[in-house]
Design a protein around this ligand. Structure first.
Ligand SMILES: Nc1nc2c(ncn2[C@@H]2O[C@H](COP(=O)(O)OP(=O)(O)OP(=O)(O)O)[C@@H](O)[C@H]2O)c(=O)[nH]1
Ligand SMILES: [Mg+2]
Length: 354
């Protein structure tokens, strides 16, 4: 699961990348993409690890990509934006970092610190990028629809959908508002539109304002978070033992990193199911609405092929009961079939037979 950190120049993207991953970027590096994997904190996994004492514990992970900033004020910057578009398109989530800090040493983009204006500018560029793809495709379809081909009917349907997309984008509306049905999403999935993806907007604020509620989410963003990337980057690079004192000084109990990770995970539209045992306790991300059969397939294709049933217990029920035996005795362990929709926090054992 990939989250691309993207934004205008010097908004604090690389600093946020360090805050999220703990990985420092050498300031001498040329502008380039950086990648880092981070486990998503999950109390349930911690609890189950304490209960089962497995040989191995595996958290869900998010891969962050730091994309170099691009100025939309000149052609060079727009070319840079286009150069990194494929990386952004491959991500499940876009994290827009918006500058909202004062720092005389860092000249602001377009000589302004104006989060709303920056966000709008970034958004419009994304809309424009999608519009370009849609317009090109419509032109091609127009040509091909003039000839009788085997794919004529499918192309006609695609054309209708593309025209709806064009209309939305011309009104600066996101394609997530057009591509709502599973069929439509699938039909145009290969285009990996930017405005179809969920967004998290990070307002990078001055340290003394980190606890201030973020502004109302802009109409296209799913979620917003305000944090001070610079402070968070420092925390992420501290030794585990030094962290509590540093956080206490700031008057917070948890680094914003955890909030950010959970927020990103949720915004990506994933829920978590869990598997437990002596060998491994593991959190598995799965798209919201997925079935027990899909969950089995995630673990191993054999489990999907030989699927008999999914023994399922909600994490909270197991926790309340104390352990699996008590949960069973309390009738909390359910036998679910292939079509069962996996719920966040389900602990699942797949029974299978090959
Ligand atoms: N005061 C303050 N300065 C910050 C904050 N976050 C980043 N900076 C400073 O802003 C400058 C740019 O930060 P980066 O993280 O490199 O920004 P960037 O968005 O990755 O920059 P580009 O990739 O060049 O677009 C650095 O000098 C940071 O120290 C912050 O929260 N507060
Ligand atoms: Mg950077």
């Amino acid at each position: 699961m990939r989250a691309a950190i993207i934004g205008l120049p010097q908004s604090g993207k690389s600093t946020l990348f360090t805050a999220a991953t703990g990985k420092q970027i050498d300031p001498a590096d040329l502008p380039q993409e950086h990648f880092g994997n981070v486990p998503v904190p999950d109390e349930r996994v911690d609890f189950l690890t304490a209960l089962y004492k497995p040989k191995k514990t595996t958290y869900a992970t998010i891969e962050f990509v730091d994309i170099p900033g691009f100025s939309l004020a000149d052609k060079h910057g727009i070319d840079e934006f286009k150069r990194h578009l494929p990386t952004a398109r491959q991500a499940e989530l876009l994290i827009g970092v918006i500058r909202n800090f004062e720092n005389p040493a860092v000249p602001p983009y377009r000589q302004r610190v104006d989060p709303q204006a920056d966000l709008n500018e970034l958004w419009e560029e994304f809309v424009y990028a999608d519009l370009e793809v849609v317009t090109n495709r419509i032109e091609r379809l127009e040509k091909s629809l003039k000839k009788p081909t085997k794919t004529h009917e499918a192309e006609k349907r695609e054309m209708q959908l593309m025209e709806k997309c064009r209309e939305a984008l011309e009104d600066t509306l996101p394609l997530s508002s057009v591509l709502t049905s599973e069929d439509d999403k699938k039909a145009l999935g290969s285009f990996a539109f930017l405005t179809e993806k969920p967004w998290v907007v990070v307002y990078n604020v001055d340290e003394d304002r980190a606890s201030v509620e973020p502004p109302e989410p802009p109409k296209h963003a799913l979620s917003t978070i305000a944090l001070c990337a610079e402070t968070e980057a420092e925390i992420a690079q501290l030794d585990e033992t030094d962290r509590p004192a540093f956080l206490a000084d700031l008057g917070v109990t948890e680094p914003a990193q955890n909030r950010l990770l959970r927020l990103c995970y949720k915004a990506m539209g994933f829920v978590t199911f869990l598997t437990v045992g002596d060998d491994e306790v593991r959190a598995w991300p799965i798209r919201r609405g997925a079935s027990a059969l899909e969950a089995a397939g995630k673990i191993h294709s054999d489990l999907a092929r030989g699927f008999i049933r999914a023994e399922t217990v909600a994490y909270e029920d197991l926790k309340t009961a104390g352990d699996m035996r008590f949960a069973k005795a309390a009738g909390k362990v359910r036998q679910e079939g292939k079509g069962y929709i996996v719920q966040d926090g389900d602990i699942i054992f797949i029974k299978f037979n090959l």
